[in-house]
Design a protein around this ligand. Sequence first.
Ligand code: PEP
Ligand code: CO
Length: 457
Amino acid sequence: MPDATAHSDWSPMSWRERPLAQEVPYPDMEAVHDAARRLRDLPPLVTSGEIEHLIAQLAEAEEGKRFLLWGGDCAESIADCTSDVIAGKLKILLQMSLVLVMAGRRPVTRVGRLAGQYAKPRSTQTETRKTPEGELTLPSYFGDLVNRAQFTLAARTPDPRLMLEAYQHAGLTLNFVRSLIDAGFADIHHPEYWNLGLLQHAGLTAETRTQYQALLDRLSDAIEFMRVAGQKDYDALTRVDFFTSHEGLNLWYESAQTRQVPRRQGWWNLTTHLPWIGERTRRLDGAHVEYFRGVRNPVGVKVGPSMTCDDLLRLARALNPANTPGKLVLIPRMGSKIAAALPPLVAAVQREGLRALWVCDPMHANGIGTTNGYKTRRFDDILAELHTCWDVLAAHNVRMGGVHVELTGDDVTECLGGSGNITEADLTRNYATSCDPRLNYEQSLELAFSLAKRMGR
Ligand code: PEP
Ligand code: CO
């Protein structure tokens, strides 16, 4: 494989020469260097072998032989690093993937926004609130890797030691995920583990429950049939891999864990398998693109409605200079603008013969505010963007590679609609996200069924 990272002008720290969007206002740079030095010495969270395995799967997805299911919290929180929360997230992703495997009859690669999704870009650097003592302006909350959500000066002051704390909790999360998977929690050969009856989800409608139960019955039959028939796809279809991802926002953290490994070329970001560049940090000459052009990991990049063809082509060439299959994931997130904004971009990438996996994020351009002060999204808008994205790609003969969603395995009330018909008034009931609104358990399954219907066509 060509070494795409053999740039003589690149190093894990070369990003420091470029304009840094979303720069964290650390008050004490000496403490940042100390934390980065410590991080550099700590063992990696993932291995280069796992990352290569993921690249191979993403390459298969480009050819339509796989589907990528990518989801989790908008922002993970350290307080939520508990067994129930982690198992819940794993479970909903696995159940959704089961729905997709059955409908698409091809393997699904699962990627969690998990084990490191602790840094958040913000549209404003500061936040002002009315307090009993008058108006108070403090740094925004940038995620648990940077500062704390509580609205006090002490909590909001960026603290570089939190990089180490976030790293440790990412490690704990990953350790538990790996143990669960090793123990068969996610094993498709044991559909009894997948039984919804174990989960007393209040919001789950009878219709979704019945649909899912019917699917489980069909699955048991299909697995038995494949086993008996010795179908060669049996292993591929039934093996459960699970990969991690996070937005590569804080480059002090990312670069500190970027290393070379024995017997493999290039530099690897070993904090996660699949890092992505956000909509606010994808500037071509910016620090984030500079950093990510040099690592061997596959890299995702968000593609908002303001993206031009020219910028997208240059971005794709910068991030995937050898045009390697499985290396670049383009993530349109355009809301209602998608029907107009996406076609020229897809056409340009096709015309230039650039390899990329297209994965729809139907969440981030569909945010709305409610009259009672909540940040939410309408389930129907989310589905509409997903299906429009699929239409646009299909019209260009390009595979819908997957979906990138914010979700949770809990019965939260953060997004409106779905068959549980969450209303604005319901949002007050269980609005638990520390950042953007997530699909709840039922809405997530419903989304999977909607995709499944389309795959089954
Ligand atoms: C996100 O994925 O949480 C996010 C902030 O997305 P975007 O960069 O697309 O706004
Ligand atoms: Co978000």
